[in-house]
Design a protein around this ligand. Structure first.
Ligand SMILES: Cc1cc2nc3c(=O)[nH]c(=O)nc-3n(C[C@H](O)[C@H](O)[C@H](O)COP(=O)(O)O)c2cc1C
Length: 476
């Protein structure tokens, strides 16, 4: 049976003025003129703004002023406010709060699922616990609400459920937790998808679902929280650190004093001489084998970077320095820095270089150190080819260029930008008759060690290999 929850407004809900008769109930997704409701309902809502109450207590407030016939309107209003995620529900045990259900998706409704004490239940592999603003949060991307847990016994109980257990056989392990209370907490966990029923032999039901089985924990959490839907609050550009933290400049300052100015092609001439766009698009493919006898030259590398990734000029966002380049990027923030781990390039000594898109230069930041050699070796392994790599391009994100302005979607935006740059490079490589191939994974710790960057401020998020085409064998 669903317990009698204490209801409370989430902290974004306010009343617009102190006038009891006609106040406006406000929240980011609501402006409700309470003047349209009866005095009893207005009093009940006003009281709920001040302190939490059960539905029964709110009904009593209405009944002090009105007949029973006013109650359906109260219940309907509470239901509507719950649906748009404005009402939290707190489970109290022996007069103390145990946990609060906080909606994160709209439309929201709680479907109470009662556990049976003698059946087995197990923690969902999607559930996770963390601290947020001094509250212990347990959540799962499967659920449309998260829990704020106030009582340590609920957490202790949680900890006992890593393997399938009957609620009746573990409740006694926690002091002062009766089977009845344990059953209520377990039902709360089950209703918020933190707990799952276990089937034979000792498997969570979610693991018998072929679709869910193929989701990894981190991927589903990332998906749920980086899209609107299961994500209460702002999703998108909110300039969340405006007036708090300085923005990073559009152009990363030089990383060394040793630089090489690169060749700049004549874009007007290329517009006349390039093969037609459709031909380039149709002939584009992933080339993983390179011609070691005639490797890519520094002039070709210069032309390639100029055509795909140079900075064409500054642009202005309202609050940060933006820029303009041949490939598009969310918010024109251009957080991706391009590094070249060079193994074989005529005119360029092996090592690690940082590309400055504004000055169209390569700054040398390391020789062929063991870390740089390992980066190149990983590129080699990623293509499952034997022949020698030439230039391994690594995209490293200056994360805060994006996360300063964007909420919820910053990292997903960065990964989208990686795809955009990879496709631009594919097309430029094809236009120049060079071999190129996107790479789907890389070692971000190794990159940070090789380039000397702070993993949390800037590290690799995407890769692309580049070289001269080995034309004798078709690598498709
Ligand atoms: C995001 C992304 C990651 C990729 N990762 C790899 C990789 O790690 N190794 C590889 O050999 N090819 C990789 N590729 C190339 C794909 O295998 C290739 O695009 C696909 O097989 C289609 O072939 P095509 O590019 O020749 O049309 C990747 C492509 C993309 C877009």
């Amino acid at each position: 049976m669903q317990p009698a929850f204490l209801l409370s407004f989430r902290d974004t809900v306010t009343a617009s003025d102190a006038n009891d008769d006609r106040f406006i109930l406000s929240a980011p997704n609501l402006n409700l003129d309470m003047g349209q409701f009866s005095p009893g309902i207005r009093s009940a809502i006003r009281s709920l703004l001040d302190e939490e109450a059960t539905e029964e207590e709110l009904s009593d407030i209405v009944l002090q002023q009105e007949e029973m016939s006013a109650l359906p309107q109260l219940f309907y209003l509470l239901q509507q406010l719950t649906n748009i995620g404005l009402i939290c529900q707190t489970l109290k045990v022996e007069g103390e709060p145990m946990a609060t259900i906080v909606p994160i998706a709209v439309p929201y409704s709680l479907e109470w699922e009662q556990v049976e004490p003698d059946r087995e239940y197990v923690l969902s592999r999607f559930a996770c616990a963390r601290q947020e603003e001094g509250k212990l949060v347990i959540e799962s991307p499967l659920a449309k609400a998260r829990l704020h847990v106030a009582d340590w016994r609920a957490i202790a109980f949680w900890g006992l459920l890593a393997t399938p257990q009957k609620i009746s056989s573990i409740s006694h392990l926690i002091p002062s937790l009766s089977t009845e209370i344990a059953t209520t907490i377990a039902s709360l966990f089950l209703s918020t998808k933190i707990l799952d029923e276990a089937t034979e032999p000792q498997t969570a039901i979610e693991d018998t679902n072929k679709t869910l089985k193929q989701w990894e924990f981190h991927d589903l959490l990332f998906h749920a929280r980086s899209r609107a839907g299961r994500n209460y609050g702002k999703v998108g550009k909110s300039y969340r650190f405006l007036n708090q933290i300085e923005t990073l400049p559009a152009v990363k300052p030089p990383m060394s004093e040793e630089f090489i100015d690169l060749y700049k092609p004549d874009i007007d001439r290329l517009q006349q001489s390039d093969r037609p766009f459709t031909q380039i698009l149709e002939e584009r493919k992933s080339w993983r084998e390179f011609d070691s006898n005639t490797p890519i030259t520094i002039q070709q590398l210069g032309e390639f970077l100029y055509r795909s990734a140079r900075m064409r000029g500054f642009a202005r966002d309202r609050y940060y320095e933006a820029s303009n380049r041949p490939y598009p990027t969310g918010g024109a923030a251009y957080e991706l820095e391009i590094y070249a781990a060079v193994h074989l390039c005529e005119g360029l000594t092996p090592g690690l270089y940082h590309y400055c898109p504004k000055d169209h230069r390569l700054y040398k930041i390391a020789d062929r150190t063991p870390e740089v050699a390992q980066l190149i070796e990983i590129a080699q392994q990623s293509t499952a080819q034997q022949n020698e790599q030439q230039v391994f391009l690594i995209y490293a994100a200056r994360f805060q260029r994006v996360s300063w302005a964007y909420e919820a979607i910053a990292y997903s935006l960065i990964l989208k930008n990686v795809g955009v740059l990879q496709q631009t490079m594919y097309l430029v490589a094809e236009a120049m008759d060079l071999a190129g191939c996107a790479i789907g994974s890389g070692n971000s710790d190794l990159f940070a060690a090789a380039a000397g960057t702070d993993y949390y401020a800037e590290t690799s998020v995407g890769e692309f290999i580049l070289g001269s085409k080995l034309k004798v064998a078709d690598s498709r």
